[in-house]
Design a protein around this ligand. Structure first.
Ligand SMILES: Cc1ncc(COP(=O)(O)O)c(C=O)c1O
Length: 460
């Protein structure tokens, strides 16, 4: 497969040197340390490297590659749009956009019929916040869940020099009420006074231990919101389009939010895009605000390519009934992970998750790192928790929903071998590795490469 001459000419050392010098020296060092080859292409559940090796991708970019890498249907929709549409806005004035909105209204919970577009999860979280403030004038407070994740942009509004865009939309710290995960009573208490504009929830806490809330949490939060005119914002950026075994995770509890956030898997990993779906009531409220103007709830960089990719991805999810696959194949994966927890309690605490949104809660970061490295050595990529501060990080297993039962079995067999390998390490070595890992980002880079037997140089 051709990768384009200029790109293909760069070798692994050159690529890492450039990334280390111009982007993220720590990430480049970690890539060099693990000796990971450059990826040349990917297909379905597999990623191929330039040296011909192949790996099963169970990291899936935290849920982006839901329909498998290089999905044929999505790829050809993107290529068609590339030939026929303007690449930039107003590229959204395209049949693919109408196709996307029609399909969304067919699959979303009742009432979510109005759409705003952005390019990333963080952007769409902010658009939803803006919509909530417009639709609930006079209410400044927002309820969030401890451990929730909605993106990490911080500064765009803060540094905006046009106060009419900024003043009504930037929550102050004391406008935020933080409740414990799963604590519906705390949410009811927080919204009681009727001064909260919105409650933001992830139906499954993707960034915080893959915590699935108790069955009554979402219905009780929805009821508290309904009773007080508070908007319920369901962030389905990680859970949406079948990952949890239902098209949307709110379907497990039958809750109908006022706003739903979608991104990640939405375009099959081809072109980033994000959608906020909201009810007519929210939009009508926003339109009544003196702050309203057309475009206040949209980004400006959405293209027809992303619209075409999104419409084709949703069709693929529906036609192949991928939510149901996530439910059945996910059950096998989760049972295997739970068996591993029972067999290796010295290293593992739990196997949280739902559908194909699964993981292993490890005893400490060194266990997470070592399992991840052992699995990589066996040709399986897993999703690192990306959080060195976590006490018991959850190593993610997010395969595409198209994954085969045979691949799941292969992963579970490799996990068993990796854990047996870990069992054979003496306790003193594990402690030494833990202390090295805690200092990994501060160790001299050449020492890290030496410890990891890497043949690369740190020359950035
Ligand atoms: C639940 C959730 N919301 C929001 C985001 C932010 O998305 P982005 O990284 O595209 O800004 C993420 C990203 O991981 C997420 O998992």
């Amino acid at each position: 497969m051709s990768t384009g001459t200029a790109v293909a000419a760069l070798d692994r050392q050159q690529v890492l040197t450039t990334l280390g010098r111009h982007w993220n020296p720590t990430a480049a060092l970690m890539l060099a340390a693990t000796g990971r080859q450059l990826e040349s292409h990917a297909r379905g559940s597999e990623v191929f490297a330039e040296d011909g090796s192949r790996a099963l991708d169970f990291a899936g970019s935290y849920g982006v590659f839901l329909v498998g890498h290089q999905n044929d249907a999505v790829r050809s929709a993107v290529l068609d749009a590339l030939e026929t549409a303007p690449a930039l806005v107003p590229g959204t004035v395209h049949p693919a956009t109408a196709d996307l909105f029609t399909q969304l209204t067919e699959i979303l919970p009742a009432g979510l019929s109005e759409f705003s577009l952005g390019c990333s999860g963080a952007e769409i979280s902010e658009i939803a916040l803006r919509a909530a403030y417009l639709a609930r004038p006079g209410r400044r407070r927002i309820v969030i869940v401890a451990g929730g994740y909605h993106g990490k942009t911080l500064g765009a509004l803060t540094v905006l020099g046009q106060h009419e865009h900024r003043d009504d939309f930037t929550p102050a710290d004391d406008d935020l009420v933080i409740v414990a995960p799963g604590d519906a009573r705390a949410v009811r208490e927080a919204v009681r006074a009727g001064d909260v504009a919105a409650v933001y929830v992830e139906p499954v806490l993707g960034g915080a231990y893959l915590r699935v809330p108790p069955a009554d949490f979402m219905p009780e939060v929805a009821a508290a919101c309904r009773d007080t005119g508070t908007l319920l914002v369901a962030d389905e950026i990680q859970t949406g389009f079948g990952r949890t075994g239902r098209m949307f995770a709110v379907e497990h509890s039958g809750v109908e939010p006022d706003i739903m956030l979608l991104s990640k898997a939405l375009t099959g990993g081809f072109v980033p895009v994000a959608v906020a779906a909201m009810t007519e009531e929210v939009l009508a409220g926003a339109r009544r605000s003196p702050q309203w103007y057309p475009g206040v709830l949209d980004g400006t960089a959405v293209s027809a390519l992303s619209m075409a990719a999104a419409a084709a991805t949703i069709r693929e999810v529906r036609e192949r009934n991928l939510p149901e696959r996530a439910e059945t194949v996910g059950r096998a994966l989760r049972e295997g992970l739970k068996w591993a927890v029972r067999k290796h309690p010295r290293h593992l605490v739990d196997a949280p998750g739902i559908g194909l949104m699964t993981g292993l809660r490890t005893r400490n970061p060194s266990v997470e790192n070592l399992i991840s490295m052992q699995m990589a050595a066996r040709g399986i990529h897993l999703g690192h928790s990306l959080n060195e501060q976590m006490d018991q990080p959850v190593l993610r297993f997010y395969p595409p929903l198209t994954v085969s039962a045979a691949d799941i079995e292969r992963v579970l067999a490799a996990l068993d071998e990796s854990l047996d390998w870990l069992d054979r390490r003496p306790a003193w070595l594990m402690r030494r590795i833990s202390s090295l890992l805690r200092r990994q980002y501060r160790l001299p880079p050449p020492l890290v490469l030496k410890l990891m037997h890497s043949d690369l140089e740190v020359n950035w």
